[in-house]
Design a protein. Structure first.
Length: 132
């Protein structure tokens, strides 16, 4: 959406929404679902033991934010999508039977997403997720 931006953390779960107003970027929402905690001691940032993973990818469809929200200790489990409004309020949670690597809005706004998914055998395919 023009003039809007959303981001989230992968270690823990913080959702932030921003909007461009009067040539300035303003944060319009901050949702602290699970405080981030990570290990910065080595060359790779990693989650602290016992800390759940948060957001993986985002997709915007009009006034709806779709987020691939992991909410798990398993870094290889990312098959849930949660929808939010631009105030950071959670609306609906959807679960797919495969891990979602990328997503974009479908032809029917707010009713479907096209996703690149991976199977347990590590095969990739394009899928349409119908939102009910």
């Amino acid at each position: 959406n023009t003039g809007r931006y959303v981001c989230g953390t992968m270690f823990g779960a913080v959702l932030e929404c921003f909007e461009l107003r009067n040539n300035k970027i303003e944060r319009t929402a901050l949702r602290l679902i699970d405080p981030p905690k990570m290990d910065l001691s080595g060359p790779v940032i990693k989650a602290v033991d016992g800390k759940k993973y948060g957001f993986f990818i985002f997709c915007i469809d009009g006034d709806i934010i779709f987020a691939n929200y992991m909410d798990t200790l398993d870094a290889n489990d990312f098959n849930d999508i949660v929808s939010f409004d631009w105030n950071g309020h959670e609306k609906i949670k959807y679960s797919a039977n495969q891990n979602i690597l990328r997503m974009c809005p479908g032809e029917k706004s707010g009713e479907e997403l096209f996703c690149i998914v991976s199977s347990p055998e590590r095969e990739f395919s394009l899928a349409k997720l119908t939102l009910k």
